[in-house]
Design a protein around this ligand. Sequence first.
Ligand SMILES: Nc1nc2c(ncn2[C@@H]2O[C@H](COP(=O)(O)OP(=O)(O)OP(=O)(O)O)[C@@H](O)[C@H]2O)c(=O)[nH]1
Ligand SMILES: [Mg+2]
Length: 207
Amino acid sequence: MDVLDAEFVAGATALGQLPAPTFAEVAFAGRSNVGKSSLINNLVQRKKLVRTSSAPGCTRAINMFRVRLRTDGEEAHLDLVDLPGYGYAQRSKAERKAWGPLIEGFLRERPGLRGSVVIIDIRRGAQDDDLQLLEFLESVGVTPILVATKIDKLPASKRKPALAKLQGELRHRLIPYSSVSGDGRDALWKRILTVSSIERPDAPATP
Ligand SMILES: Nc1nc2c(ncn2[C@@H]2O[C@H](COP(=O)(O)OP(=O)(O)OP(=O)(O)O)[C@@H](O)[C@H]2O)c(=O)[nH]1
Ligand SMILES: [Mg+2]
């Protein structure tokens, strides 16, 4: 799989500002500062396509990026959607009130949406709002793709037990990731392309 091209398509603070669904869409959701924007940059191998920040609450709008890729000799398009982070207490109440419906509205109402990557910090584990998001996705029928990110922040000896513990709390397979080293990139792309029906799932191994 090669990413041929990636470009910013739209930023929206209301659903009506987004372009009509054109290609398959995959959303990226997670707590504020968990590394959603860094993950998208790492996936498309562009350092600065998406703005990232060490200050939480950087992404305040829904930002859509269009990726042109080639897989198995065929070209395909896919829209990646960076959602504002949730769970950041420092924002004004009015802002927080506006985002719930924005994120939920997006996840509920985009007919082209094939799945949502849900990103969890391996060091923090799944928090209440992550679990609420997973429940919400289930209720609206959006396939979750679970990612445990920032694994590079744990010493190698602590990664396995931390992943096993987090996996034990969740019902979907977890993909370990680092946006610094690129660990997990192939596995996540594979899952995204399968969920988007761009690639077929691997045939089960014949006995
Ligand atoms: N070590 C390490 N740092 C990371 C990783 N992913 C993100 N970061 C850092 O975490 C901080 C937040 O990253 P962002 O990508 O801006 O996070 P975000 O989820 O988009 O944040 P908001 O838009 O504010 O919700 C930045 O300082 C990143 O450099 C990772 O895999 N490893
Ligand atoms: Mg961001």
